[in-house]
Design a protein around this ligand. Structure first.
Ligand SMILES: CC(C)(COP(=O)(O)OP(=O)(O)OC[C@H]1O[C@@H](n2cnc3c(N)ncnc32)[C@H](O)[C@@H]1OP(=O)(O)O)[C@@H](O)C(=O)NCCC(=O)NCCS
Length: 331
């Protein structure tokens, strides 16, 4: 049987550190509130003097992967880029990134599932590979949320940051890689988490700018509750369907949205917190990128065969969980 396995991880976060202290000069907030209620100390921001667009971060992430892993860009057959903040509505950031990194034999497209983007993209890449038609697919997941964050809204601006991760998926007949997944969405209530400006309902205009429609807006309490419920349920259902006990799980990698969400998921799913990858304090919520950035930071502690559960929740609403057996030992 063919499985799709992650054989390499790369990531990049921009240089500029936006601290809670600096945020406190922009909106009525403070380090103590943000640390206690969200768990973030700083987030990285892509400033124009460093680079522009999510493809800038993606190229850096792929260069990072290439510097540490065996990787021939010409062998990549598809590039799937999960992002809510592409360089442009068109052309795709996937095509731009592929051209800049030499993945010139690949077909390329962007997809949007907000903060669940990485697990959605893995699902698609998995389908391509297990079909037998494709052997090497690059999944890129990145966002420049600072481009759509309202730095006058204290309910959202402390949360978000910029970053990008990438994962090389390859076909294998070994019993490793993506084993199963549960991926869901519910578009009944877009009003709870959105940015409405610039689409076909509200094309960009002076009015959409005046109404601040080009920024993310959320009802934080509703999103918080739905995020915890959805991530816990997808993980539980996935374990049940695969006859796995909680004790068998080596690592849980939750989307990094809020430290209290992560803690609630760990508590309700009943996994010890030291099995949960957490780096929200350093990077905030980088949307599609949080999970691959965690895998990248923990790469040296992951071993071949480790049972890893990825779980995410985001705008849409979108959510789900992926069960995988890690594909390689640290080098
Ligand atoms: C947004 C979020 C951090 C707010 O935290 P919270 O504990 O729920 O806070 P509340 O919304 O209940 O607000 C409590 C108070 O803090 C205030 N507050 C909100 N943001 C603040 C800030 N940055 N600094 C200081 N006070 C703040 C509120 O105005 C409110 O004041 P009030 O009681 O006088 O009205 C939290 O709801 C959250 O993380 N939600 C999920 C968001 C998310 O993950 N989004 C991305 C989805 S992937």
């Amino acid at each position: 049987m063919i499985h799709a396995v992650i054989t390499a991880i790369g990531a990049y976060v921009p240089n500029y550190r936006l601290t809670n202290e600096e945020l406190s000069t922009l909106v009525e907030t403070n380090d103590e509130w943000i640390t206690k209620r969200i768990g973030i100390k700083e987030r990285r921001i892509l400033k124009p003097d460093e680079g522009k667009g999510v493809s800038y971060l993606a190229v850096k992430a792929i260069e990072d992967l290439k510097s540490r892993h065996d990787f021939n860009p010409l062998e990549i057959e598809a590039v799937i880029f999960a992002t809510t903040t592409p360089d442009y509505p068109l052309p795709s950031s996937a095509a731009i990134t592929a051209a800049r990194t030499g993945m010139t034999n690949a077909f390329c497209f962007d997809m949007e599932a907000a903060c669940s983007g990485f697990i959605y993209a893995l699902e698609i890449a998995n389908g391509f590979i297990v079909s037998g038609k494709y052997k090497k697919v690059m999944v890129v997941a990145g966002d420049v949320l600072s481009a759509v964050t309202d730095y006058q809204d204290r309910n959202t601006c402390p949360i978000f940051g910029d970053g990008c991760g990438c994962a090389l998926l390859e076909a294998t007949t070994e019993e490793i890689g993506i084993m199963d997944s549960i991926i869901r969405s519910d578009g009944a209530n877009p009003e709870y988490l959105h940015y409405y400006g610039g689409g076909s309902v509200h094309p960009a205009s002076y009015e959409t700018v005046d109404q601040r429609l080009h920024y993310i807006w959320q009802d934080g309490r509703i999103v918080f509750k739905r995020a915890v419920e959805s991530m816990v349920k997808s993980c539980e259902d996935l374990l049940k369907r695969n006859n796995l006990s909680k004790e068998a799980v080596d690592w849980v990698v939750p989307h990094q949205a809020n430290m209290r969400i992560i803690e609630a998921v760990a508590r309700q799913f009943e996994v010890p917190i030291d099995k949960v990858m957490i780096n929200i304090d350093k990077y905030g919520n980088t949307s599609a990128a949080t999970i691959p950035i965690c895998l990248w930071e923990w790469e040296s502690r992951l071993h071949k065969g480790d049972i890893v559960l990825l779980t995410a929740f985001g705008a849409g609403f979108t959510w789900g969980a992926t069960y995988l057996k890690w594909g390689y030992d640290p080098t």
